[in-house]
Design a protein around this ligand. Structure first.
Ligand code: GTP
Length: 164
């Protein structure tokens, strides 16, 4: 569990690190079902781990909820001398998937906060309606509500003070 602040809102996030090994994959897939945000992580010093992203992404498509937010991560950016995956290659894949992309390092603390904050932002944006309710903002009326108002006996010309 971690609390981070995004746009002045304190958000408590629950982070699950799923196992990468094949033998745990039945369990891993069960984590996807209730996820709101997912990092797809490869190791920049391992071309093989980069190749595996395609498989992870297809599992996520299959098992995660439709609106799940995803970010591609190239980790171990501190290991420049062992790099096998150029940054451009990561960016290219992220573009194909329509995801944001960060190179990170858990060792040197590169882009860790930034990537968690960004994923949280994306999740919050995807849940804007609930967020506005939390902030106490009135919700924008739906088209159906507007049409209903216009045909109601007290009609569209009646001044309305609020949309609550
Ligand atoms: N140099 C470097 N090593 C890292 C970094 N992040 C993780 N490691 C090392 O990489 C190894 C694997 O890290 P894990 O966190 O177990 O990786 P994982 O992907 O969760 O592995 P699975 O549990 O098998 O899925 C460990 O030895 C870590 O110390 C990093 O940013 N830089």
């Amino acid at each position: 569990m971690k609390t981070i602040e995004v746009d002045g809102i304190k958000v408590r996030i629950q982070i699950w690190d799923t196992a990468g090994q094949e033998r745990y994959q039945t369990i891993t897939k069960q984590y996807y079902r209730r996820a709101q945000g997912i990092f797809l992580v490869y190791d920049i010093s391992s071309e093989r781990s980069y190749q595996h992203i395609v498989k992870w992404a297809s599992d996520v498509d299959e098992y995660a909820p439709d609106g799940v937010q995803k970010i591609l991560i190239g980790n171990k950016a501190d290991e420049e001398h062992k790099r096998q995956v150029p940054k451009e290659q990561g960016l290219q894949l992220a573009r194909e998937y329509g995801m944001d992309f960060y190179e990170t390092s858990a060792c040197s603390n590169l882009n860790i906060k930034e990537s968690f904050t960004r994923l949280t932002e994306l999740v919050l944006q995807a849940h804007r309606k609930e967020l506005d309710e939390l902030r106490g903002l009135p919700r924008a009326p739906t088209l159906a509500q507007l049409e209903e108002d216009e045909s109601s006996p007290w009609g569209a010309n009646t001044p309305k003070t609020c949309w609550c």
